[in-house]
Design a protein around this ligand. Structure first.
Ligand code: TRP
Length: 451
């Protein structure tokens, strides 16, 4: 681990690294489909409110814990208070569960990338194309395998820096392209209704599910509630202005997500109407965007470029997920880097197979009524991450001196503008709120209550 505890070069280095991990499929694939499903504008509204209160507090807390303890999450919680050592294990398990299904979707991106680059965009615009693809056996498995192997090779050879450099350069291009596509969608007749649906909150559509979904998405998108940002914090130099960096990461991450929704949600409205919003599910981006590209001049080229950029964003995120798991395995089980990488490669391949086959030959098998991919997404985002977040808040707010964390944040005399919000959030609102969400959501999942 010691060789790894290098540090980021200054504010910008840290912001870019954290943004590279944060911006990924969560923003481009997950955010739009949840927004479509959970009421559009109201989802966006709830998300933004949570982001600036809750998301901010938790993100800065995790980074501060990392910088203070200078160890990764597997040991950090226990170092602050022995009673909280179990959270280290949980923080190891979460990325281990996320990485496999993340890679399945990464595989879908590779598939669409090749489809567009080989000029078959027209075929992909067919409504049955996506279902046909994920319903197969060999093809989704192979694409998944390819994505995991690529991630593993990059992590194994320690060439993340190279990939990160490329993707940092590509990120602005991705944003510009997303803006361009969103503008194009806005010009298609009938887009107005969809844009209204996405941007204007309709408070009658608010439900408990909206809140839960927005919360899970917040964790996912900011890569918090899984210990990763603790590890990042441990690489942060002492003279970094955390408050400013965290604000930048938040804004950047959210910008990409909101833009992605702007490109996808109105398009769903145009091509599949109201019922398309509710039924789109995890495949939304893959079903809708090909239709947009098909309606565009140079659709194959633009679609190809777009999926290449999505692929890069997904890859930088999966690399940092795997990197986190690798360093925890090395710490915990005293493995060499190569051994840790190989063990994780095998685990990810094994755990990903059900998710890759869950829409085809294994579609008859469900867990708690969900297909495998949805189940892994649910168990990590809606159960384990809230538990870790509750634990983190209790630890920081009640089982140590929260002032120590605040001092860590303002170590260099920085102004901590949202200190009041931070304190109230961490001590009271966040833990209470999270417990309520967790309990209700679980009861509903098992059919004890309906909401
Ligand atoms: N935030 C990433 C995304 O939006 C996904 C993710 C969740 C992640 N946890 C992570 C990435 C940890 C890297 C490390 O796609």
């Amino acid at each position: 681990m010691n060789e790894k505890r290098s540090s980021f070069s200054g504010n910008i280095g840290f912001i870019l690294a954290a943004a590279g991990s944060a911006v990924g499929l969560g923003n481009l694939w997950r955010f739009p489909y949840l927004a479509a499903q959970y009421g559009g504008g109201i989802f966006l509204f709830v998300y933004l409110v949570l982001l600036f209160t809750f998301g901010f507090s938790l993100l800065i807390l995790e980074i501060a814990i990392g910088r203070k303890t200078k160890v990764s999450s597997i040991n950090a919680y226990g170092k602050l208070n022995k009673k909280f050592g179990w959270m280290g294990i949980l923080s190891l398990l979460i990325p281990v569960l996320i990485l496999p299904y993340y890679s399945v979707i990464g595989g879908w991106v590779i598939k669409y990338m090749t489809v567009f680059l080989t000029g078959q965009g027209k075929a992909a615009a067919d409504s049955n194309y996506f279902g046909g693809f994920i319903g197969q056996t060999a093809s989704p498995l192979f694409m998944f395998f390819l994505f995991v192997t690529l991630t593993t090779v990059v992590v194994g050879f320690g060439v993340e820096k190279g990939v990160e450099r490329v993707s940092k350069f590509m990120m602005p291009v991705l944003i510009l392209l997303t803006i361009g596509i969103a503008i194009f969608v806005a010009t298609i007749p009938g887009a107005g209704e969809g844009i209204k649906y996405y941007l204007l909150p309709d408070f009658s559509k608010f439900s408990f599910k909206t809140l839960c979904a927005a919360m899970g998405q917040l964790f996912y998108s900011l890569s918090i509630a899984m210990g990763i940002m603790v590890a990042y914090g441990s690489y942060v130099k002492d003279d970094i202005d955390m408050n400013k960096s965290v604000t930048n990461i938040e804004i950047f991450d959210t910008l990409v997500a909101v833009l992605s929704g702007m490109m996808i949600v109105p398009a769903v409205y145009i091509f599949s109407g109201e019922e398309g919003l509710a039924t789109g599910g995890a495949g939304l981006m893959f079903k809708t965007l090909p239709k947009v590209f098909d309606a565009m001049p140079m659709g194959n080229f633009i679609g190809g470029a777009f999926f290449v950029l999505v692929f890069l964003a997904a890859l930088t995120s999966s690399i940092s997920l795997m990197e986190a798991v690798v360093s925890m395995f090395m710490d915990k089980f005293k493995l060499t880097r190569i051994k840790a990488v190989l063990v994780i490669y095998v685990i990810v391949l094994a755990l990903g197979v059900p998710s890759a086959l869950g829409y085809g030959i294994w579609s008859h098998i469900t867990v708690l009524g969900m297909d495998f991919l949805t189940f892994f997404d649910y168990i990590s985002n809606s159960v384990m991450m809230p538990i870790l977040a509750i634990g983190t808040c209790l630890l920081a707010g009640w089982f140590m001196n929260l002032k120590d964390i605040e001092d860590e944040i303002t170590k260099n005399g920085e102004e901590f503008k949202r200190c009041g919000i931070f304190r109230v959030m961490i001590k009271y609102i966040a833990p209470v709120f999270l417990v309520i969400i967790l309990v209700f959501y679980t009861l509903a999942q098992f059919g004890f209550i309906s909401y």
